[in-house]
Design a protein around this ligand. Structure first.
Ligand SMILES: [Zn+2]
Ligand SMILES: [Zn+2]
Ligand SMILES: [Zn+2]
Ligand SMILES: [Zn+2]
Length: 304
């Protein structure tokens, strides 16, 4: 294993990762990295598609549009290269694709957030190795803990072993919650309800008169909403970003919120044959968040 030899020849105190992690990783760093590489090479639990051959472009298209298995397979392909990935149960594809750590981490992160155990495990290992990506023992621990009970005996054994080593190093899964948008809480600060007819949680002077006096459905009658943080999907652990994300919409898939584009819409309501009714364009909110056309609302523009 080359990286092992290279690292033993450097004084540990000089490495950038030593400074970055405040020394926590340094002493056992070489040993841990070897462990992580070993656990990366040996196992990863299976996929869902069987052994069919698919085109690489269709796989990328599915992943872009949110197919979590396709996202996981892309993660496998970019982690191991397309040929080796087949041994890890990725489908055979019509192109030869080389390893790409940046894309591997990006797609594994997306699949891991949707609960795919194999992706959570590999992402934990990626953070543990830190090759061409962010090295972070806390995040490694966070994802490895999520990956447990995968049904893959070998994978769970390796994950448990890595977890106990990381804990001995002083790593903490709670310290992985560093999302700057929400301070790691997973939600944004509480704000008054968006519904223009909601007064402290009760509907007032709504054009749908029989609804007045009833609790507002948007805020469940509380008068406030606490939006989930989109940057971390409510987990508190920031997403991995990549250069393949669309620059027009910053990877969100949507353009900034604007007033409803329907000219007949008044605060979310339109005149209909039976009186006022919720506007179909903005679903009664009075606002629209237009889909980004450059990436078809997917947030990703991978032109390779
Ligand atoms: Zn409300
Ligand atoms: Zn957040
Ligand atoms: Zn876009
Ligand atoms: Zn509208």
């Amino acid at each position: 294993m080359k990286p092992y030899i290279q690292q033993t020849q450097q004084p540990a105190g000089d490495s950038a990762s030593f400074i970055k992690t405040g020394g926590r990783f340094a002493n056992a760093c070489v040993f841990l990295k070897t462990m992580f590489l070993f656990c990366l090479a040996l196992c990863v639990s299976g996929g869902a598609w069987g052994k069919e051959t698919v085109t690489f472009s269709s796989l990328k298209e599915k992943a872009r549009h949110g197919d979590i298995n396709a996202q996981y397979y892309l993660g496998l392909i970019y982690t191991f290269g397309s040929e080796k990935a087949v041994e890890k149960n990725a489908p055979e594809i019509d192109e030869t694709v080389d390893k790409d750590n940046e894309r591997a981490a990006f797609w594994l992160d997306r699949a891991a957030r949707s609960g795919i155990k194999g992706a959570q495990y590999l992402l934990g290992v990626h953070y543990g190795i830190g090759e061409k990506g962010e090295k972070d023992g806390d995040k490694a621990l966070y994802w490895l803990e999520k990956s447990l009970n995968s049904g893959g005996k070998l994978q769970d054994t390796f994950a448990s072993e890595l977890i106990s080593r990381l804990k001995k190093e002083g790593c903490s899964a709670d310290d992985a919650k560093t999302c700057s948008e929400c301070d790691g809480t997973g939600h944004l600060s509480r704000r008054p309800c968006d519904n223009p007819y909601c007064k402290n949680g009760t509907l007032v002077s709504s054009p749908i008169t029989f609804m007045n006096g009833r609790p507002c459905g948007i805020c469940s009658g509380t008068g406030y909403i606490t939006p989930k943080c989109k940057e971390c999907d409510g987990l508190g652990v920031p997403k991995i970003h990549s250069s393949i994300e669309c620059s027009t919409c910053d990877g969100t898939g949507y353009l900034p919120r604007q007033r409803c584009t329907n000219p007949n819409c008044q605060n979310g309501m339109v005149k209909g044959p039976f009186g006022m009714a919720p506007c179909g364009t903005c679903f009664g909110t009075g606002y629209c968040t237009p889909k980004c056309k450059d990436c078809d609302g997917t947030g990703i523009s991978d032109d390779d």
